[in-house]
Design a binder for this molecule. Structure first.
Ligand SMILES: NC(=O)c1ccc[n+]([C@@H]2O[C@H](COP(=O)([O-])OP(=O)(O)OC[C@H]3O[C@@H](n4cnc5c(N)ncnc54)[C@H](O)[C@@H]3O)[C@@H](O)[C@H]2O)c1
Length: 312
């Protein structure tokens, strides 16, 4: 049966794909988003089937009448740049921690049954070369990552006090259509796909042999849907369990674009993570989950999106 689901940050990249999928499963959807990095155009095709609130999670209680009864909250709203968070720690603390506290209080007051939280693989910090399971000790290197780890613990603490269930998905490098290119630290997949679509040069930091676990947004959406009803554990990695290098991206995009991308060689980033890959066996064992979108297919779809949406 359809549920009443509140998606914070639902007009963002991941949120807009998730809301499309939730609507397909007959749920009633309420989005609260202040459009600080999300866009109304991301959800324009859904607007007549959802309640879209232009509001800030830090004052979510002010919107309780429009929000109405809610069974489950999917909490995606956040400031999302690890790099920026080091120079704006107060702002990250304010939105990602104080904002989550307001969402938790709202959930308690409205007797919400479950909260699903978008956490991040960045909680692991720079533990290169390992296949990261949920049992690896987190070592956040940015304030952003720290707020995500704190969020997991806040849900644990208040879940026990208020009686709601919860689950945190540690997302690895998510990519796909609608990821914002205007962000100075946009995901490399996003920048490279955009450049492929518009035949622009890209910056290559270091030797290109750094690797990441790139997971397509539709697989991430499937992961959120899997944990909606409940879960045995409260923390899961969501990735592909495959490490692909930046050079792999360039090869795949040369094929998609019909010509190699022009690269501007730059020195490696200080403290750049060399190699990171998710161990997803916990998620696979419980939910039978495995990602289905191959990197080459996901990149082709992302390039096609940027070709069709020159404004993005
Ligand atoms: N994209 C990734 O690779 C990735 C990886 C790990 C975790 N995550 C997490 O997933 C979530 C969604 O990320 P995304 O990539 O879709 O980014 P996004 O920036 O597109 O989405 C975040 C949304 O939250 C909204 N928002 C921010 N502050 C708000 C506030 N105070 N009140 C209301 N709305 C607010 C933004 O406008 C935006 O629509 C975030 O919590 C992010 O930390 C993303």
């Amino acid at each position: 049966m359809g549920k009443n689901i509140l998606v914070t940050g639902g007009a963002g990249f991941i949120g807009s794909h998730l809301c499309e999928a939730l609507l397909g499963e007959e749920h009633r959807i309420v989005i609260i988003d202040n459009f600080c990095s999300g866009h109304r155009r991301n959800v324009s095709l859904l607007e007549d089937r959802i309640t879209l609130i232009d509001g800030d999670i830090r004052v979510i209680a002010e919107h309780h009448t429009r929000i109405g009864p809610i069974d489950t909250i999917i909490h995606l709203a956040a400031m999302i740049s690890g790099y920026d968070s080091l120079s704006s720690p107060d702002e990250y603390n304010d939105v990602n921690i104080r904002g989550l506290l307001r969402v938790i209080e709202f959930a308690a007051a409205q007797k919400v049954r479950r909260i699903v939280f978008a956490s991040s693989s960045t909680v692991y910090g720079n533990q290169s070369g390992t296949d990261l399971s949920e049992l690896v000790l987190p070592k956040p290197l940015t304030v952003y990552a720290l707020t995500k780890l704190a969020g997991e613990h806040l849900l644990d603490l208040y879940g026990r006090i208020h009686g709601f269930s919860h689950c945190s998905l540690r997302l690895f490098n998510v990519y796909g259509p609608r990821q914002a290119t205007d962000h100075p630290y946009a995901n490399v997949t996003c920048k490279f796909s955009h450049s492929t679509a518009h035949r622009l040069p890209v910056c290559l930091y270091g030797d290109g042999e750094q690797s990441r676990d790139f997971v397509y947004v539709h697989d991430v959406v499937r992961a959120f849907l899997a944990v909606l009803e409940g879960s045995e554990q409260t923390i899961y990695n969501v990735g592909t369990s495959k490490a692909r290098t930046i050079n792999d991206l360039l090869v795949a995009l040369a094929e998609i674009g019909g010509a190699p991308l022009e690269t501007i060689a730059l020195p490696p980033w200080v403290n750049d993570i060399r190699s990171i890959r998710a161990n997803i066996s916990r998620f696979t064992a419980e939910f039978g989950f495995s990602p289905v979108v191959a990197l080459e297919q996901g990149l082709a779809d992302t390039v096609a999106y940027f070709r069709e949406h020159p404004e993005a």
